[in-house]
Design a protein around this ligand. Sequence first.
Ligand code: SF4
Length: 211
Amino acid sequence: MALRIHEIYECLQGETSQAGRPMLLVRLAECDLRCVWCDTPEAFAEGTPRELPDLMREIAGYGRKLILVTGGEPLLQEETPELVSQLLEGGHEVMLETGGHLDIGPIDVRARRIVDLKCPGSGMERFNHWPNLELLTPGDEVKFVLADRADYDWAVACLGRIPGDVEVLFSPVHSTLDPQDLAGWILEDRLQVRLQLQLHKLIFGDDVQGV
Ligand code: SF4
């Protein structure tokens, strides 16, 4: 079965603990969630079918060490675990970002798995797959995208359920939650979390695609 691909391009990692690093982004097509603030709705479309060997050849051609497999929702596709494993075997450093509503178990633990926990403001909170938290290993990261103070309070209440050696990212919805407010709350509450901004939007602007 082929993987359905939305786009592939070289860029700087805009988020996570690896923000600022050059990488190759592999965006898989389709998503079964509809977060109200989603910034990649174009990836909801069907995408272009690509056989795995052909896709691996294209990725190798870019010569990038760091690969981000994202979406859409990459875990919707049966061959994603095999793609991740083959990339790791090929000597790549692999990050996989998922919306957090599907089982991360099939994904090789050598990959850095970035798992969203959908806050109430996303409209998708009811779909969170909580057993994923028990599968996290050091190197994985949990991301909260925060639209307002209510989302922040919800995220803080979740922190006790996340293993202590897993990086936690608090990311304000761009142009919705003021990062200065979020920074103040994190400091005031003495949280051990990382505030992350979407670096690619700060550098290139909100509407530029493919960076
Ligand atoms: S999970 Fe990601 S791609 Fe899917 S709707 Fe939410 S933000 Fe968009």
